[in-house]
Design a binder for this molecule. Structure first.
Ligand SMILES: Nc1ncnc2c1ncn2[C@@H]1O[C@H](COP(=O)(O)OP(=O)(O)OP(=O)(O)O)[C@@H](O)[C@H]1O
Length: 261
């Protein structure tokens, strides 16, 4: 390495030749085939691909919920074998909160169960993240009184409050209306700007991938294989169009872009 050159960023997460499949004795469904990539600290890493290409399955495997049949997934060089609070997951579904607990109690819950923080410490940290996602006034509200977007903010605060090495998000905004989705994307970028956490985000929206990602892994249809890895654009509004078009051509060669969704 030349003197004075910046040190290459070490990989936080390595996905190395990973094949994932579901199976009973008679039928095997292959979800991904020999997928490899690396996520570095502070990345907003997007898994993008058509429905059924294995994005959620890959995220579950990074979460430790599913073991590869081939290849390895490593975090800090250690093979992932089970779920752990160093990887927190935010899902698409609005019902991922405990309905009998308030916003504050929901955010505190994993910290108390998994991190064994004292209640007072967990409470302070939970409130700090509830404030970050703009829900201070709703700390004592129950989930059924919140909108879909607010529930997703709570789920994000709950994941972030654990201060995981990597936050895994599986289409967290897909069930929201278009305007709320757009707002949540901006808010997520702002949150990232404030803390620089590492994010791995699954979507099948090209536009969402380009807005959110600094790196975008494009997967081919079922079973998912890496089609391309692209660098994101710094300012989506200024120059996102060409990247949207390029990804569209990778996924749907020879067809016209129709707005990116
Ligand atoms: N629990 C399961 N049992 C058997 N097959 C499954 C299971 N979950 C997913 N699959 C299959 O694995 C493949 C990949 O599914 P996965 O949900 O990972 O795709 P995806 O890219 O996230 O799709 P979507 O965008 O529609 O959520 C699909 O063929 C799916 O039918």
């Amino acid at each position: 390495m030349p003197v004075g050159a910046p040190a290459p960023q070490a990989s936080l997460l390595t996905v190395d030749g990973v094949t994932l499949q579901y199976g009973t004795r008679s039928v095997v469904v292959r979800a991904t085939y020999r997928v490899s990539f690396e996520v570095r600290r502070g990345d907003r890493f997007i898994l993008l691909g058509p429905s059924g290409c294995g994005k959620s399955t890959l995220l579950k495997a990074v979460g430790g919920y599913l073991a590869p049949t081939e290849g390895e997934i490593r975090l800090h060089g250690e093979v992932i074998r089970r779920p752990n609070p160093d990887r927190m997951m935010v899902f698409q579904e609005f019902d991922q909160l405990l309905p009998w607990k308030t916003v504050l109690q929901n955010v505190m819950f994993p910290m108390i169960v998994k991190r064994k923080l004292r209640a007072s410490e967990a409470k302070d940290r939970a409130m700090a993240y509830i404030v970050k996602v703009g829900l201070k006034e709703f700390a004592n509200a129950y989930p059924h009184t919140l909108s879909g977007g607010m529930k997703q903010r709570v789920a994000i605060a709950r994941g972030m409050a654990m201060e995981p090495d990597i936050l895994l998000m599986d289409e967290p905004f897909a069930a929201l209306d278009a305007l709320t989705r757009r707002r949540m994307q901006e808010e997520l970028l702002q949150l990232w700007g404030g803390t620089n956490f590492t994010l791995m985000f699954v979507t099948h929206s090209i536009q969402e991938a380009v807005i959110l990602g600094n790196r975008i892994l494009v997967l081919s249809p079922h079973p998912g294989q890496v089609r391309a890895e692209l660098r994101g654009v710094k300012d989506f509004h200024a120059d996102g169009g060409p990247l949207v078009e390029r990804i569209h051509q990778l996924l749907f060669p020879g067809t016209e872009t129709t707005g990116g969704h």
